[in-house]
Write a protein that binds this ligand. Structure first.
Ligand code: PBG
Length: 327
């Protein structure tokens, strides 16, 4: 009879021991809820490919954000869904554009109970659906886009956004926005850099959510899913340009990049569990093929374990409620 001396199972024998030996914990304050707010009145509109997620009206967003604050989550990330789009994304820099209107309303609603953050990118506002403005040859013009991002940053900061989510993947966007903010006195408005943002199939449902008009793909500016080192390089660049937080996105299929970035970063590292990750678990659970709650908890826990200090997830509020349930 073989008799092992080393028995790692010892620490797994009871729930109390497992709890004590747990290396990673989830807490509501490190969860951020992405939210969509649509222009116009009417009612909230369900998003087909994201069961349980809606395009909010400003009013329904107000109620949702009050609820999110009650659940104790750390913040919300706002995306606007405008009525009209044009070549340069005018709606993004219009103080009365939906994203800026919603920001003011939600900041007024929750005050300091959670952090109101805004997506700083043009794709929801352009008629071609790209994250920047186009050159005559149809490619995304990096440096002209930076000018638009600087304008967006000032309008978002003036609307009360405390943390700007730079998700457009233009070169030099962090430095450009930081300089614009500082020159206008918004020295305390922070920058969340979507540093390692990959050209991913997992954004599919999000594009339904914002009614994206994109034809083609974003491979000329988002990272190649094959590249691991490049994710680290982008994060280091953004740190040197003055980012306050760096992010890896998507999360689940890029845990290696997340672990790499978290090993070298001296600022917080976040991850975005994107729409496709959400949709896959919801769809499988709806079929009864996986245990919904366990899959959600495990997926977010794994993102934390790999190195994320905070996680953007569409389950933020529901998960926070579970975490604060009394046993
Ligand atoms: C771009 C942006 C995207 C997402 C967040 N910001 C879409 C894209 O790059 O195509 C995707 C988020 C998700 O899939 O949940 N503004």
């Amino acid at each position: 009879m073989i008799n092992p001396v080393i028995r790692p199972r010892r620490l797994r024998t009871t729930p109390a021991l497992r709890r004590l030996a747990s290396e990673t914990r989830l807490h509501p304050s490190e969860l951020v809820l992405p939210m969509f707010v649509r222009e116009g009145t009417g009612a909230a509109v369900p998003i087909q490919s994201m069961p349980g997620v809606v395009q909010h009206t400003v009013d329904s967003a107000r109620r949702a954000v009050a609820r999110a604050a009650e659940a104790g989550i750390g913040g919300i990330m706002l995306f606007g869904v405008p009525d009209l789009r044009d070549a340069v994304g005018t709606g993004a820099t219009d103080p009365d554009g939906i994203l800026n209107v919603a920001t003011r309303a939600l900041v007024a609603e929750v005050g300091d109970a959670l952090v109101v953050q805004t997506d700083l990118c043009l794709d929801e506002f352009t008629d071609h659906g790209h994250c920047g403005v186009l050159s005559v040859d149809g490619t995304v013009d990096n440096d002209t886009t930076l000018e638009r991002y600087r304008e967006m940053a000032l309008v978002q900061a003036a609307s009360g956004s405390q943390l700007l989510g730079l998700s457009g993947m233009m070169d030099g966007q962090v430095a450009a926005v930081r300089e614009a903010l500082d020159q206008s006195g918004y020295v305390d408005t922070a920058v969340l850099a979507y540093s390692a943002k990959y050209a991913s199939a997992f954004y599919g449902p999000f594009r339904d959510a914002v009614e994206s008009t994109l034809v083609g793909d974003r491979r000329s500016y988002q990272l190649d899913p094959a590249n691991r080192r490049e994710g680290v390089r982008e994060a280091l660049l953004d740190i040197s340009e003055g980012a306050d937080i760096v992010m890896v996105k998507p999360a689940g299929s890029y845990l290696d990049v997340l672990a790499d970035v978290s090993a070298v970063s001296d600022i917080p590292v976040w991850a975005y569990q994107v729409s496709g990750e959400y949709a896959m678990i919801e769809a499988a659970a709806a079929h009864g093929w996986i245990d919904r709650r366990r899959a959600i908890e495990e997926s977010v826990l794994s993102i934390r374990r790999a190195g994320a200090d905070a996680v953007l997830t569409y389950w933020a509020v529901e998960l926070a409620d579970w975490l604060t349930e009394r046993p």
